[in-house]
Design a protein around this ligand. Sequence first.
Ligand code: NAP
Length: 269
Amino acid sequence: MSKPQYALITGASAGLGLAFAEQLAAKKTALILVARRAQRLQKITQELTDQHGIKAHYLVADLAHPDAPDKIFEQCQNNQWPVHTLINNAGYGVPGDFDHVDWATHQAQLNVMLNNLVKLSYLFYPAMKKAGCGGILQVASLAGLAPPTAGHTLYGPMKAFVIKFAHSLHLEAKDFGVHVTAVCPGFTYTEFHDVNGTRKRMNSLSKSLWMNADDVVRQSLQALADNKPVKINGWRNRLIALMTRLFPDKLIRALFQSNIQKYRQRSSD
Ligand SMILES: NC(=O)c1ccc[n+]([C@@H]2O[C@H](COP(=O)([O-])OP(=O)(O)OC[C@H]3O[C@@H](n4cnc5c(N)ncnc54)[C@H](OP(=O)(O)O)[C@@H]3O)[C@@H](O)[C@H]2O)c1
């Protein structure tokens, strides 16, 4: 019997990562689930194995550590878990102004959402290229396409990087049968805004702007299957992204300042 091909999902203990795990398990995909919370990962792995009869493993890793990707890659190699699909999903927001956030917090966020996303792609891509198939899904954000706002300073710029990086790699990988897609969800119901303490503030945002994690994940997996370089989730978010391209810079920045800035937490708030 041939070995199962695995999908490795970072940030699989909650939110979008958990929804990726559930939808892929329902498609009988073998899974490697990565996050920090061991108990949650163990429970999810057990449930998905029982429900879907798939092979599933979990790796407890803190992606804020620079050596986390090498350790994850090594464990996959040692256990002979070939990774066919990599979903770089782990991430979070850091409220406050740039100089009010301590450096360790900035460094950790840069490692989780930027350095280690690139490193994991670098480690797992060659085997996909050699096999002539596979996929890498980079979970970015509409924030990477939208004008900047004050507060949560590094989040939007990092997501902009992820989109460009995915697009470049997409162009290289398409000649070798490997799919690479950046997905750009807008506001999505997950634990994201509970973790960064902005849930109360976000509750005043129009419900029409929110999507649920299952819809975002279904669209994202389809975009990867179709090998779209960049997928913006939901028509409202696509409209916002289109406006940022078509409207004069000054106008779109002013619109964001008056409508979105109040949802970004400053250090003075
Ligand atoms: N929700 C939104 O509105 C929204 C919109 C656009 C884009 N996104 C993006 O979607 C992705 C998933 O976020 P979410 O909304 O699903 O948030 P979430 O529900 O809070 O889930 C975040 C996941 O990331 C993991 N994670 C956080 N820090 C980590 C670390 N140091 N090492 C390893 N894993 C870590 C968490 O697991 P542990 O705590 O167990 O480690 C958790 O599984 C993020 O990249 C986010 O930027 C979210």
